[in-house]
Design a protein around this ligand. Structure first.
Ligand code: HEM
Length: 417
């Protein structure tokens, strides 16, 4: 049986469309990306029935395309295939899929969530939630890291910021899993992100719940994000019920899934590279920021986003035509040897570390980058300094997604409290 990386000898890059490729060990996938980076120009990856995409795999190319949003547009969608029109009509357009003034207007409204005042309040909360999670770990000694630790922090933090009542939260955690469990897994590029019934039902229920809370907060405002988003500000701008639902769903996938995967890969990296773990433990405050960014570079929680070309343009040795689909492989850009010496090493002192884990710059740059960094730093401070010898046990159970570097589960242990 040929392995996916050898199955297409005359069509370099074609393995990216093969679901089996995404089941390979990470090292083999990275070796395939290294071969593509060494080529003179981006390759075309056929996806069947006339469809396909150009793969941008070099750091410089991904960054340039990200910063030229007029040519490399996010509409009609950054995922493959783009969300069906009826899904967008029913659930509202997500800001990741919009361009120009439509995107700028929505981003301006939701940026209220990320003002220094709200972020400062969130920071105090993040430390308290991280400490509580580790209290529970010490008391209950669970052995599965994703459910007991990594997914709890980002979900709690976003729900606290939004002002979601406690009783909805267990259900929200289930909805998030159902809405995202099949994204990019084992179904080939053409089926990616086509939502099964369970995912759609989860999204619909989440939408109804948030719309209900929004109506209540319009009448009865509190000091939380939903109240800020549904009440008109000085420009008279506010989110409607559908827009609020779309933003909440985006935060759940963009903010919860990504951060939980980054934290889980972070634990594996600290276990696999004990010298780096010792360095971090020796002076946590000095090395923590570098460690968090290196975890994000090395694991790249979002593997890729797509753009659609709007005008003829030359980039990276290829001239793109209007209508071309282009995929920005952040996972490859973050291992580009032209930018990162010894790119497969996990080096918490790497400086500079211009990784593209939060995007390549430009108008869509991750809105939650600061929040994610604060969450990871707070949690690892608690995890490394309270239980003694906390470590991953065995390999993470990877979902094999071609969209995000999702971990289903990871066993862990520690020696003593
Ligand atoms: C380690 C954690 C995270 C990673 C790796 C990550 C990664 C990304 C990436 C790659 C993008 C696309 C950037 C682009 O297209 O140029 C993005 C966008 C976004 N992220 Fe994050 N993210 C993380 C955490 C968060 C958190 C905690 C939140 C919010 C609470 C968040 C909210 C968003 C939003 C709203 C967008 C869309 C921005 C726009 O379209 O204007 N992310 N993120």
């Amino acid at each position: 049986m040929t392995v996916p990386t050898q199955r297409y000898p005359d069509r370099p890059g074609q393995e990216l469309a093969d679901p089996a490729f995404w089941q390979l060990p990470p090292g083999e996938r990275q070796a395939a990306f290294a071969r593509l980076r060494a080529l003179d120009a981006p390759v075309f990856v056929a996806e069947g029935r006339g469809r396909g995409h150009w793969a941008l795999v070099r750091h410089a190319d991904v960054q340039e395309a990200s910063r030229l949003p007029k040519v490399f547009a996010s509409a009609p969608g950054v995922t493959t295939p783009e969300p069906a029109r009826w899904v967008r009509a029913l659930f509202g357009d997500s800001m990741v899929n919009l361009d120009g003034p439509d995107h700028a207007q929505l981003r301006k409204i939701v940026q209220r969530a990320f003002t220094p005042r709200l972020l400062a309040a969130a920071e105090a909360d993040i430390h308290a939630v991280a400490a509580r999670i580790v209290d529970d770990v010490l008391a209950e000694r669970p052995d599965e890291f994703v459910s007991a630790v990594a997914s709890r922090l980002p979900l709690e933090v976003i729900c606290n910021m939004m002002g979601i009542p406690e009783h909805y939260r267990p259900e929200i955690a289930d909805w998030v899993n159902h809405a995202s469990e099949n994204i990019g897994v084992e179904r080939g590029l053409t089926a990616r992100l086509r939502m099964p019934g369970r995912g759609l039902r989860a999204l619909a229920r989440m939408q109804r719940m948030v719309a209900g809370i929004g109506r209540e907060r319009r009448r009865n405002p509190q000091d939380d994000l939903i109240s800020a988003l549904v009440r008109a500000n000085v420009d008279g701008q506010a989110l409607g019920a559908r827009q609020l639902g779309a933003f909440f769903s985006l935060l759940m996938v963009a903010g919860v899934e990504t951060t939980r995967n980054a934290i889980t890969h972070g634990l594996t990296l600290l276990t696999d590279f004990p010298d780096q773990r010792d360095l971090l433990l020796g002076d946590f405050e000095r090395y923590a920021d570098g460690a968090v960014d290196e975890m994000i570079r090395h694991s790249t929680p979002i593997i890729q986003f797509r753009r659609t070309v709007t005008a003829e343009h030359e980039l990276g040795g290829h001239t793109f035509a209007p209508g071309d689909k282009v995929v920005l492989y952040y996972a490859s850009a973050n291992r580009d040897e032209a930018v990162f010496p010894d790119p497969d090493a996990f080096d918490i002192t790497r400086s500079p570390n211009p990784h593209l884990g939060f995007g390549g710059g430009g108008p869509h740059f991750c809105l939650g980058a600061h929040l994610a960094r604060v969450e990871m730093k707070a949690l690892f401070r608690e995890l490394l300094t309270r239980p003694v010898g906390l470590r991953a046990v065995g390999l993470p159970d990877l979902a094999g997604s071609n969209f995000d570097n999702r971990v289903r589960s990871l066993r862990f242990a520690f020696d003593r409290p």
